[in-house]
Design a protein around this ligand. Sequence first.
Ligand code: ZN
Length: 405
Amino acid sequence: MTKAEQITKIHSFLRRMFVPGDLIEIRGLKSRKGTLRMLTDDLYLAARSASAMEKEGADVYYCLNPVDRESKYAKTAKINDGDNNCRTAGNADTANRNAYLIDIDPDRPSGEAATKEQRAAALSTAQEVHTFLAERGWPDPIVLDSGNGIHMLYKGNRCSANDDALKFALKRLATLFNGTCKIDAVVSNPARISRMPFCINKKAGRRASLVSIPNEFEEMLPYLVLRLAEEEPTYMSPFAGSSSRSSAPAKGSLVIDEEGVLDLIDEFPDQLELDRDPSYSGDATYFALSACPFKGAPHVGQAVGMGKTTIILRPNSIGFKCFSGACADHTFADLLRLLYKETGRRFSGDIWEDDLEVLDKRWGCVEDLTAGANVPDNSPFTVDDFLAMMAASGGMTILSEDKSH
Ligand SMILES: [Zn+2]
C-alpha cells in the first residue's frame, strides 16, 4: 500500500466514523519521539497524521469518541497542529458516545502475535456475537481486523458516553462468549482509544485492516446497550432506585400534581421552559424542557433520537432526567438546589407534605441545600420507562418488536 493509498483509506474510514466538525484525537504510541498527538477537526489532516505517526515508528490509535470543544483540555490544547508527549484526552473531555467497541482477542500470552488459526477463531466469535446482537435489534457494525483480533464498531447516537451500561454489556458478552477468544470488558470508558485501521500493529507485525463495512452504518439507540447491561447480575442501573446521595429514607409524601409542576415551571421562567405540552405514559407524566437548566441551553445533539431533559411526575415520586454526560447524575433535588442558587427563591407551592420543622431543616438555608437534602428521588426507572419517556418526549417511536424480547 502506498502512502497516498493509506491516507485515502484512513480518511474514508474516519468519514464513516465521525461527523463533520468533530474534534478528534489521533495518537501515536511508542514512537521514536514518544507519544504523538494530533487533535483536529480536519479528517484529512487526521489521516495524514496517522500515516506520519506510523512512519515515526508508532502504533497508531484514535479516540472512539470526539473531544468536547468546551472542555478545558480542548481550549488549552494545540488544535490542527501535532504535539509530542503532551496531555491527551481524558474521560471528562469526551463530547459524546460516537462509537461502541467490542474487542475480541484470542486468549494467548500477552505480547505474543496471534496465529492464523487464533485470528480465524476471533472472527468466528465475532460472527456469533454479531448474530446474537442482530437478533436483539443492534444494527450492523464496522468489522476490523486489528492485527491480532477483531474489532466490532457500532455507531453511537451521540448520547452521553458517561455511564456504566457499556461496561456491563461487555461483561455480559464476555460471560456468554468467552472461550478460546476473550471479549475485552474494559474498553468502555469515554476516552477509549482504538487501533487505527490501515496502520501497522507492531506486536502483530501486520497492518490492521477492514473486514467489512455495512451499507448503512446505522446509529444504535442506547437502550439496547442498557438492556444487555441489565442482564448482567452485578449491574446497578443508574435509573433504578434512589440516588446514592439521598442516603436517608425519604420523609413525607409527594403532594405536587401536574398543575403544581406547571406552576413550578412558570415560577422559574429563566431556568425552566416547557418544550411542549405534558405527555403521559402509564402512570407517569413527562414534562419535556426546551433547554437543560444545568447547562442553561439545550444540549448539542439532544434531539437526535434521545430523550429530552425532562421532569417526570409519578403518583408518589418526582424525577429529573437529562441524557447528557454532564447531567447524568443530577436529580430532582439538584434541580431544586440549582433554582434556589440562581434565583434565591424557593418554589411557592408544596412538593412534599411535611411538617414545617422538617421542611425548614431541609430547605431553610443554603448550607442544608448544598449538603444534600433528604428528598425522595426518582422511582425505579426501567428500560420500558426509558422507551416510554423517549416516545413521550418525541425522541423516538416504540416499535412493538422492540418490546418482544
Ligand atoms: Zn442537562
